[in-house]
Structure formats: structure tokens, C-alpha cells
Write a protein that binds this ligand. Structure first.
Ligand SMILES: Cc1cc2nc3c(=O)[nH]c(=O)nc-3n(C[C@H](O)[C@H](O)[C@H](O)COP(=O)(O)OP(=O)(O)OC[C@H]3O[C@@H](n4cnc5c(N)ncnc54)[C@H](O)[C@@H]3O)c2cc1C
Length: 472
């Protein structure tokens, strides 16, 4: 199903002109491409642009909107909507800071108009025309494999030396009684709303359900959120889930474990997992195998056909985020076009942009030897801002193995930690780094100081005391 845009809306028309230009004429295929890219979401765009910049002959195939989920129905519109919801929450909190304002009047249609405007403004970056200018042959149409080294799109055959499958994923729709008859939305349709649903049921307590559930609650919907197992963001640290639950209660969100009868709601948002886009690709013709619904890849992101790679949400590797898709695409370009393979995209952080933000990085701490935690009550900036949160870090031999940050700007703090981890910095080095005061990045220093204190063994402490007794 094609992603719906609002007919006649100037912003959506501007978006369409960039990402699915009416009247686009596909080029005449080259006799052979060094790289054929299937799907023009973040993974496909980064792979195509990267390979073309290196001088490779590249074809990019997109069946719907260039930019994929991220630009059109994911990161961009959701973050634009969250921004409006945050403004509402700030106004409602104003009294706490000694400022009296009335209850904000929310013009939901205007909120959504801004969402569409922001999306259209970013559109040119992912446009078919921009990629053509980058030297990429852009084919609009559904791509499928014909054999092990050929893809077909709208009747044209594209022969390739290497191919990358970057066809992404879409919302999985669970088997809930009455859902088909109800007015239900997924991330593909929710951003076409122009009227606020009074009572909204959100099925799913992962990042998408939590972010959008909180946004709609703040914008005025009465939100009920289904969290099977009772936990919000069940993949995150339990303390993060608890803090979020408190925040959601303050926003008036009701959290339930079972899906209630749908008749009590004006709209239902399904955010209960994702399903990779593989149907119609004719993967068996190319000898590409699947694993647990995803395209199976090895640590070099190669599929079971050594000419074919997979990157982004469709691949069995890595977490499912835009920056992960970007990192995988870069790895694919390197591995597909040059001899010698590099493996494993390490240290991919992630963040859920609820209020408070919940960010994390690292593997689950199997070989971890020490744990450190700093609550935001120990820091000055959260106190001046009136915010709560914490940082938790697990370390092995003085190096961070994984971490969770909850609070404002958690995504930025985890980015700094990602830099430290990627460059194998020790907690000692983080402790000796100067961070501006008062900021949230100081949490890193505090937690590293905590680690440093554990290095002061009784023996070292005795030595230190002896030195100080002697020293005049
Ligand atoms: C509501 C929401 C909010 C999100 N927020 C964030 C966020 O804040 N930060 C973050 O990092 N991630 C976020 N994500 C996740 C992010 O959008 C995805 O991880 C990212 O888009 C994956 O990129 P991709 O290139 O793998 O796939 P996609 O973006 O899904 O792109 C795949 C493209 O392939 C095309 N395609 C499929 N089949 C074919 C075919 N046979 N032929 C040709 N083309 C085909 C599709 O039309 C699509 O355009 C969010 C997702 C959602 C749904």
C-alpha cells in the first residue's frame, strides 16, 4: 500500500514533487551497475550516495516515497509532533516557575500543518532529482530479483556486480478482534490526521507507541496505552520504565495490560512491532535466505548470495534505527566495492524521545565487572531545570560496556558516551575530561569520578595518607 499524502495540501504536494515526482521518467538502464540499491530510505540513500561519490555506477530503486519511513512517516514527522507536545507541557508547567498562563489552546490542525511543512522542508535532501545530480540512476517502481545478478523494475532489467537490499520494514498489525472494522492507524497513516481523536487507544509500549502516545495525550487526547507485560519500553532498564510510567501518569495516560474493547475509542494507533518488507522481492531467485522474518546477513552484512548485501531495518543485523541504517550502509559500501571486509557496526546508541528521554548503548553486561549510577539529584543543572533522571554505566576493566541515560537530552549524553566507547576511552580518561558546567553531560564525569573512587583501594589509600603525613 502506498503511503498516503493529503491531496491538495501544499506541503504534501511539495514533498511529493521531491520524493515521488509525478511524471518522473526512469533512465535507460546501463549495461551493468557496480551497485544496485533496492529501497531509498536512510540505508538505501546512504549506500547510493556513498558509492556514487566514490565513482561507482549506481542504480537506486524506490517503489514509493524516497526518504523511506524516516522522512515520511517516522523520525521526522514524529519528532515535529513531539516538539509541539513539549511546548504544551512546558506551558502547563509554567506555574512551577512563577509564571501564570492559562490552559493552552491547541489548534491540532495547525500542529499537523507544521508537521507536514517541516517534512516538506527536509524533502529536497532525499529527492529523486538530488540523487540524479549525484550521478545515481533513480528508478521509481517496485524492484524484484530475476536471478542472482539481475533486478527488474517496471520492466527494465538492472544487472549488477553487487546489490544491497534496503527495503526497510512496516508496522505489523496484530490480530485484535474488531481491529479491521475499527478506525485504526499505523505510523503510515497517523500523520494525515487533521482532527484530534478524543479517545485514542495505543497498542504497543515500545518507542513508537510511547512517543506518539505521550504526544497525543499532551495535545489533548484521552490516551489508553496497551503495555503487554505491564512495562513501558520493555527492552530498557526497568528503572527507566518506572520513571517513564510516573511521567505518563502525570500526563494522564492510562496504562493497561490487555487490549480493551475497541468500541470505547475514536481511533486506534497500532505500534506493536515491525515487519520487514521482503514480500515481492523474489528472494529465492537470488538465493537470498531469511532469518526470523529478516534478510539473513553475516557480520559483513552479506546475505547468502555473496553479491547481495542487506542494510537497515530489513537486515537481521543491528538495531532498527536511522543511524544504524546509515552505519550499516557505509559498511556495505566498503565491503561491496573494495577487497577485504570489515565487520560489525559497534557501539550503536539509541534513544526514545519521550519526556524524559530514554537512551542506551551497549550489549547486555555479560562480562561486566562493575556498575555505577548517578541520580540527577546529584547534579546542579537538573535541579535548576526541575527535571529528574539518572545515568547507569556498566564497565569492564575501566571501559564502558553499556549504559542507560534517562532525562532531558539523554540522546545527546549517550552520543558523547558513544564517542568515548568507539575510541576506547577509559572511565579514567572521561573523568579527566572537562565538561561545561552546568550541563547534562556532566553526568558522564560524575559517573567516571565514581569509578575512580573504586580504584582507591585500602592499600592505595594508606600510601596516600602516608605521603600526606610526610609532605609539608
Ligand atoms: C514513528 C517512527 C518514529 C521513528 N523515530 C526514529 C527516531 O527518532 N530515530 C531513529 O533513529 N529511528 C527512528 N525510527 C526508525 C527509522 O525510521 C528506521 O529505522 C529507518 O527508517 C530504517 O531505514 P531503512 O532504510 O532501513 O528503511 P525504510 O526507511 O523503511 O526505507 C525502505 C524503503 O524501501 C522501499 N521499498 C520497499 N520494498 C521495495 C521494493 N521491492 N522495491 C523498491 N523499494 C522498496 C520503501 O518504500 C521505503 O521507502 C522511527 C520509525 C517510526 C515508524
Amino acid at each position: 500500500m502506498a503511503i498516503p499524502l493529503l491531496p491538495g495540501d501544499p506541503h504534501d504536494e511539495a514533498l511529493r514533487a521531491n520524493v515521488k515526482p509525478p511524471g518522473w521518467v526512469n533512465p535507460t538502464p546501463a549495461p551493468r551497475y557496480q551497485l544496485v540499491v533496492l529501497g531509498a530510505g536512510p540505508a538505501g540513500l546512504v549506500a547510493a550516495a556513498g558509492a556514487a561519490a566514490l565513482g561507482a555506477k549506481v542504480a537506486l530503486v524506490e517503489r514509493d516515497l524516497m526518504g523511506g519511513d524516516c522522512l515520511n512517516v517516522g523520525c521526522v514527522p514524529s519528532k515535529a509532533l513531539l516538539r509541539a507536545a513539549k511546548a504544551v507541557a512546558e506551558i502547563r508547567r509554567a506555574k512551577e516557575f512563577g509564571i501564570t498562563v492559562g490552559e493552552p489552546a491547541i489548534d491540532f490542525a495547525a500542529v499537523m500543518e507544521r508537521v507536514r511543512r517541516v517534512r516538506a522542508q527536509i524533502g529536497p535532501h532525499d529527492s529523486a532529482e538530488r540523487f540524479r545530480r549525484l550521478g545515481v540512476d533513480v528508478f521509481l517502481g517496485e524492484g524484484k530479483f530475476v536471478n542472482e545478478d539481475t533486478v527488474e523494475v517496471t520492466g527494465a532489467k538492472l544487472r549488477f556486480g553487487r546489490c544491497v537490499i534496503a527495503t526497510g520494514a512496516r508496522a505489523a498489525v496484530p490480530d485484535v478482534p474488531g481491529l479491521k472494522e475499527a478506525r485504526y492507524f499505523t505510523n503510515e497513516t497517523i500523520f494525515t490526521l487533521t482532527e484530534l481523536p478524543k479517545r485514542l487507544l495505543v497498542i504497543g509500549a515500545g518507542p513508537i507507541g510511547c512517543e506518539l502516545g505521550q504526544a497525543f495525550a499532551r495535545l489533548g487526547s484521552r490516551v489508553t496505552l496497551v503495555a503487554r507485560g505491564g512495562r513501558l519500553l520493555p527492552r530498557e532498564d526497568p528503572e527507566a520504565s518506572d520513571l517513564l510510567r510516573t511521567a505518563f501518569a502525570a500526563d494522564g495516560i492510562e496504562i493497561v495490560r490487555e487490549t480493551p474493547p475497541l468500541t470505547g475509542f475514536d481511533a486506534v494507533l497500532v505500534a506493536a512491532g515491525r515487519r520487514p518488507n521482503v514480500e515481492g522481492l523474489n528472494l529465492p531467485a537470488a538465493g537470498v535466505e531469511m532469518s526470523d522474518g529478516h534478510v539473513r546477513t553475516d557480520r559483513y552484512l552479506r546475505t547468502t548470495n555473496p553479491r547481495v548485501y542487506a542494510a537497515g531495518d530489513v537486515s537481521s543485523a543491528g538495531p532498527k534505527f536511522t543511524h544504524a541504517a546509515d552505519a550499516m550502509a557505509r559498511l556495505v559500501v566498503r565491503n561491496a566495492l573494495f577487497p577485504g571486509s570489515s565487520g560489525d557496526v559497534n557501539h550503536i546508541p539509541w534513544c526514545t524521545y519521550t519526556d524524559p528521554e530514554v537512551a542506551a548503548i551497549g550489549r547486555r553486561p555479560s562480562e561486566t565487572t562493575s556498575h555505577f549510577r548517578v541520580g540527577f539529584e546529584e547534579l546542579d543543572r537538573p535541579m535548576t531545570d526541575g527535571t529528574t533522571g539518572f545515568i547507569k554505566v556498566a564497565a569492564h576493566r575501566g571501559r564502558v560496556t553499556d549504559a542507560t541515560v534517562v532525562g532531558p537530552h539523554a540522546g545527546e549524553v549517550i552520543g558523547a558516551l558513544s564517542l568515548a566507547m568507539s575510541n576506547r576511552l577509559t572511565l579514567r580518561q572521561i573523568a579527566s575530561t572537562v565538561f561545561p558546567y552546568p550541563t547534562y553531560t556532566e553526568t558522564l564525569k560524575k559517573v567516571a569520578d565514581q569509578y575512580n573512587r573504586t580504584r582507591l583501594t585500602p592499600f592505595r589509600a594508606r600510601l596516600l595518607r602516608a605521603w600526606l603525613r610526610w609532605f609539608r
